[in-house]
Design a binder for this molecule. Sequence first.
Ligand code: AMP
Length: 569
Amino acid sequence: MGKAIGIDLGTTYSVAAIVENNRVRIIQNAEGDRLTPSVYAESADGRIMVGAIAKNQASANPDRTVSSVKRLMGSDARIQMNGRGLSPQEISAHILRKIKADVKRQLGEDVTRAVITVPAYFSDAQRRVTQEAGNMAGFEIMRIISEPTAAALAYGMNRSDIQHILVWDLGGGTFDVSILEVGDGLFHVRAVNGDTRLGGDDWDARLVSHLKQQVLQIHDLDIESDACTFQQVKEACERTKRELSVQNESRIFLPLASGPHHDAIEIEMTISRRVFEELTQDLLNMLILPTRQALEDVSLTPADMDRVILVGGATRMPAVRQLVETLFQQPPDTHLNPDEVVAMGAAIQAGVLNGSVQDVILIDVTPLSLGIETQGGLFTRLIPRNTTIPVTAERIFTNAQDNQTVMDFNVLQGEREMAGDNITLGSFQLTDIPELPRGKGHVEVMFEIDANGILQVSAQELHTGESAGIKIDAAHLLSGDQIDRAVAEAAGHAETDIQRRREIEASIQTNHLIQAAEALLFGTDRRLSKASRREIHTAVSAAKTALAGGQFEAMTEATRALKSVLNKL
Ligand code: AMP
């Protein structure tokens, strides 16, 4: 029988996975990402765009961009697009078509059989149109399964005794609570509840309105008055929300092209996790009532829940995890990626129906992040912790110095921000790099972990094709206690580590700008007036003083001043 995949057709993102050799593998898309934005767009001349390309142009083309179409599945809505109306299932079919094409590209063969997941509360009609979307995209839909069931499958819960499992799924736009009774390979969704209008986007919206007030006060600008500006602000706030899941502070910096008089303004705001949590406390509280309701519906209490599983990207927020612990007196299951766990379960179901899964499925994850040392002694992650393997990740790096002919690669494992605080797995050197000015060389670094946990790291200079690499045996990777210790240590140092990282990144940026400014000063461009030269000179001196002082704020301020002098020129 041919291959079969599992697809999580999500409101914000969609994910595809497959079981190969009894292991689940997330299938990367053509852009090299594991998640595909569930966004569809058309250009004015009718060119179709799906995924990241559609999402990235959303602010410039809001009228012909559709997201969150899943909310409309089963309704009579028609989405107006270039003078015609499309049904929600037609848009979903476009997303599924892209997934199908990406799977073919990755696996080297066309896969036509699939299991698709839907929310547990989806009606028959909604399930039917989801199936229809799959068929339109050229799939034979083997089964439509509920998302919480898929999550429980991925966590291997079909093999245990009868258990009660509570699944909390907080995605971009919806919150679902499901209580499952699981055992002997059977899944029974006993209760569903939730809020179809509550999701991570609401947390973003709180940041947006906070920023809106500040900008109105400081710049007398309404960020909502211009669709492009507003979109940029929304994206920045979403990034900040994500950053606040791993650090205590995040900085929003947005240079905007248009103010009230079409002049350039810069929006800048630093927000702490504490303030973010205060701004969103009521949203967090809204998770409680549907949970109580679901438990009451089946006459169970929090103490009856054997496990709590978290699904959906927004469950990464520490406040959400903390709330689970408070409500259920147990930490939630989080070791699988909450964005991918539903697709993994769908892939397992597809494998079972296909006959390719007989026994225990192994889902291996990278227990610690893997990456390399970069300029300033920083640790740059290529594969974050808890990524399912096999996996490949690549990133382009450039030369930090002029005419650098040799690059050293230090391969590391750990969660700390500084390379020196992590564990070195091995190192290698790439030589014969052509002499180029700083920042002009391009070296592609690739991390590849196969199904056996063997890590292969390679670096290739893209002009010459010259390459070097190293192979690291699974046995060299840390295990058990050491991993727990590394994670706990990173959590203990998170604040100081992040601060250190910010200072180093700021000093690298200041340094680059000073070099660029000096190149201009000492260059041969005769168009530079004496006054301009003096202005650059003063700003460069201030930046050098700030750099020597090593203070983050002073460096940021001096860099900004220097940048604005250079921009003016
Ligand atoms: P989903 O619909 O399950 O893909 O969830 C997407 C939502 O998760 C969006 O609102 C994202 O902004 C949010 N999200 C993803 N990663 C994080 C993170 N690290 N911290 C907070 N929210 C996140």
